[in-house]
Design a protein around this ligand. Sequence first.
Ligand SMILES: [Zn+2]
Length: 636
Amino acid sequence: MMSNMIKQITEKITERLPEKVKLAKVEFEGPEVVIYTKNPEIIKDNGNIIRELAKDTRKRIIIRSDKSVLTPPTETIEKIEEIVPSDAEITDISFDDVTCEVIIESKKPGLVIGKYGTTSREIVKQTGWAPKILRTPPINSETIRKIRLTLRKNSKERKEFLQKLGKRIHREALFDNDWVRLTSLGGFREVGRSCLFLQTPNSKVLLDCGVNVAGVDDKTAFPFLNVPEFNLNDLDAVILTHAHLDHSGFIPYLYHYGYEGPVYCTTPTRDVTTLLQQDHLDISHREDKPLPFNIKDVKEALNKTITLDYGEVTDISPDIRLTLHNAGHIVGSAMAHLHIGDGKHNFVYTGDFKNEKSRLLEPSVSRFPRIESMVMESTYGGHEDVTPTRNTAEKELIKSIYSTLNGGGKVLIPVFAVGRAQEIMIVLEEYINHGILKDVPVYIDGMIWEATAIHTAHPEFLSKDLRDQIFHIGKNPFTSEVFKKVTNNEQRQKLIDSKEPCIILSTSGMLTGGNSVEYFKNLCEDSNNSIIFVGYQSEGSLGRRIQKGFDEIPLETNGVTELYNVNLKVVTVDGFGGHSDRKQLMEYVRKLSPKPDKILVCHGDAYKALDLASSIYRSYKIETKTPMNLETTRLQ
Ligand SMILES: [Zn+2]
């Protein structure tokens, strides 16, 4: 059945290509059409042909060389070094025999690509190898290094997987697209374990598959995958909006129980997800609370991940096209737009989103080609959820730090490793470099460093201001000398014992474990020091107790509980969050273009979700619904 479609596409390609082009074969690899040819240089020189072909076939088209025309590797490396200017700072060149790609890692990938792609085309022309150009992050990231290595090692299996998937995606649609249904499997009228199951007559797709890290047992921690209509073998795709564990944490479980299909997300989401999933497994081992999957499943998910850029339209099943759009929540976060049944129905799932520009990211996208139905988050959807603007928040933060440093004290900022930490780092770097804050060391402890390194590998996903600063002025705030990496206890003890004022960023953000608790123990009795909360502190966490102003707190060290006197200043600064507040959520619906016929509200405590849903209905006359977990809603 698929041979039909590939035959039609091959015919179209043969029609369009110059006569001298020798086609070796045309095949599907996942959602893409790959053309193997003995003279790739001719196609590469005719960029418009490929663009027209892509438009005509509505497919993404990749050109690769037939094995017979490849230059031997050593010669290829020499040629690449000749062709690419030395200021591209190539750090590694390796070869993938399966895909006939030469993988070039460079500190300035733009120079390997060249103006309008001229340099990379020259590489194809002279060597036959198709260059795959990757950025060497300015801060070394172990996660990215391991991910790239794993993918390279698994190239053969991955190609087989993509070929099989290509057939599945391009199978014949058997039924009329006369309905779309959405089942809420988790994260409705609650925050945590987000999981949406979307069905059409022809396909079944999962959007997010998270865990509730605060869940007490399997019934509250994991999504309801045991509903009768959900079957791993029928699943066409998993779409992941962003890396946070409440959206990504249960994906390895799907592979553990036999899912063989793809996960679609952006590249930063893939990288941060891998980091967080590994960390989740590590913590669960340490705390002796085993998860129902293991590290093999995390790797399997990685091997089956297909990354997409914002705005890239991709077939994921016979009747669904997926496009990801910036959500402004954390690096790589996306809203998912599904174009179903040749446009009969268009669906948007917002995931978590921030409808305000931050230091790190652009605000979420609010214009879509079409929308009939939408699922939106409501974390801060209650009437009372009004947070100060970024600007006010920054001023508050700087004021508190300023007074502590002037008094000779140390500042502890407990943060979550991804997003908030980088946001605060950019602010600190700017104020220190402008001389407003004292030039004190900013210690970066634990996973924050690794998460920051991943950010530096994907500058194209950061805000325009930040990109301009990095690319045009050549000043990357993350690589600034004010930041000092802390990796071991000796370094920790040294900075605690030192009399010098400093700023410490450490995980976990709610002091539920990690080094932030150790710092707190050492800093809390001195009234010159301060702790500044920049994120949500959940009920029952140590962070919340400190925030509430407890004078004495019992804490355990190596099995012995001691009473600590809390004398340090406790400050809370709101407004750095990655979510839209109530006003921004309402404003988002007002801005939305076009307006959907129906909005389902998710990802918020029941009363907040209901409050937001009824306000949207009253203000905009859009039908709203706040489904419970396990409810199915007909969208079309
Ligand atoms: Zn999130």
